[in-house]
Design a protein around this ligand. Sequence first.
Ligand code: NAD
Ligand code: TYD
Length: 348
Amino acid sequence: MNILVTGGAGFIGSNFIIYMLGKYKDVSITNLDALTYAGNLNNLESIKNNPNYSFVKGDICDAELVDRIFSENNIQQIVHFAAESHVDRSIVEPDIFVKSNILGTQVLLDIAKKHWKIEPDDKYSKDYKADVKFVHVSTDEVYGSLGPEGLFTEEMNLSPNSPYSASKASSDLLVYAYYKTFGLPVNITRCSNNYGPYQFPEKLIPLMINNALKGKSLPVYGDGMQVRDWLYVEDHCSAIDTVRLKGVDGEVYNIGGNNEKANIEIVKLIINQLGKSEDLITYVKDRPGHDRRYAIDNTKITTTLGWSPAHSFDEGMARTINWYLDNMDWVNEIVSGDYQKYYNEMYG
Ligand code: NAD
Ligand code: TYD
């Protein structure tokens, strides 16, 4: 099986590649990543010499390059992670979110459709394309914000509130349109907030760990009572693999582990685990348009595909904090910008 992973130098993509190469000996992975500020080849140090792995530096918007990768590697499946992923950046710089997240996805859909020879009237005779699959990795943020009760289900209307989530919702609609119009075998996954090794230290959990370790203030937006539903990254990887193998074409699968926590709870937990003082907490101006609560109903993927998370929140957080403690060099290279010097030397 030849799989194109896009965005494989980012947080979840790199965890996914390591997970897949550890699990399968007969899977070959081509990683296409533009190495934006969020892409870090240090994440893939442990597998970089695996004969079933290759890296291509490039943009998913580059149709010629994507076309060549398909031809040269006989790509049968895509797991599409590449995206601008940080809500705060999308408030400052929405245009790049539209470009990478929407236009980039459309390029991948078109090239997959071309190489997999999908025609509009094929959709009822799928024999020759039994193995091909386009897995679009999306987010629960496309559903918008919940009140104090209720959960996101796959049937809910999309109601995104940030430029980031609006761009992801747009890409979801395009992916679904390629299924409906052309019969492209797609799945859309919508996962809750991830945490774990290799998460860029601009996101809540690694930012708080890094700042607490350095005795810096911990910026909590607004009242800190916003709720997110946290999933350990390896569980997201196993869910995507399950969808890749068993997902019914055209279906959306929510992914989550029933771990709702208020932001302030997470910050205090990190402080306590690291033996630091709560005096580091600083309440700052709220994020504009800040979604109040996300929470996933994972009934569909657990009951129809048999997936369930393997890590409890306590175990996942303990692993994550230990990972950051053991890998402060990884964090410090990012904070100092040195990781980008490494790319520049390697790839110009
Ligand atoms: P990330 O920002 O850590 O990584 C994104 C990767 O994509 C980077 O390596 C970057 O270099 C690459 N990239 C960006 N634009 C590109 C382009 N135009 N061409 C090629 N590569 C490009 O993001 P992440 O947290 O790993 O998220 C991966 C995916 O999962 C995203 O699609 C995101 O929407 C989705 N998701 C993330 C979370 C989360 O909690 N982090 C939760 C649910 C879904
Ligand atoms: P984040 O990790 O950016 O993920 P998302 O916005 O995609 O959910 O933020 C998680 C939550 O933490 C969100 O409610 C915003 C909040 N937050 C802070 O309070 N302070 C911070 O410095 C950051 C980065 C996030």
